[in-house]
Design a protein around this ligand. Sequence first.
Ligand code: KYN
Ligand code: ZN
Ligand code: ZN
Length: 209
Amino acid sequence: MLYDITPPLCPDMPVWPGDTPFGVFRTWSLSGACPVNVSRLSLSTHTGAHADAPLHYRPDGVGIGEVDLAPYLGPCRVLHCQDTGPLLTREILQMRLGDAPLPPRVLIRSYQRFPLGHWDDGFMAVAPEVVDWLGERGVCLIGTDTASLDPVNSKTLEAHHAVARHGMAILENLLLDEVPEGDYELIALPLKLMGVDASPVRAVLRPLN
Ligand SMILES: Nc1ccccc1C(=O)C[C@H](N)C(=O)O
Ligand SMILES: [Zn+2]
Ligand SMILES: [Zn+2]
């Protein structure tokens, strides 16, 4: 059994304000003279469920094709934070998690219902101290169902930079609506896009045993 935690990619999906809409264009179409369908895609690197590379926010950061893949597969915890408000703080998380050991990946659900059909400016942000706290506890990947770890209008991207300080990986726009809180195996590999700032992923969770 698998939970598919990837929102569908289609032309009417919402995108970050001003970014490239998702488009599919036929290069060849099946007909008497042509034996195949072949398409060209036009999309932002941050379309749907995706992995951010350090290059997204650091001039000296590596591209997504160059990152270590180990963070993107392995044991993870899905945490429900639907009633958290606009900012997930370290106090809230500490209260939820205490000092018990954590798996090395944490996925945070903020939405009761993921906004599949419209753009949401008011998504929950993650405080940089949350990232520091998780990093200190050995977490190598932080995932969220929101469009970004930082608020939509952030110019400093402090949570992203905290991730980089700890050498962690980021997944965004995960569809966690159907996933009960608990522990899973995460599988969400980015494409080998060399020197590129992010990559869409097909993200799934496998229940343990
Ligand atoms: N598409 C954008 C266009 C402009 C500025 C930000 C974005 C993002 O997608 C933010 C992102 N998902 C992030 O990694 O925080
Ligand atoms: Zn992103
Ligand atoms: Zn990001």
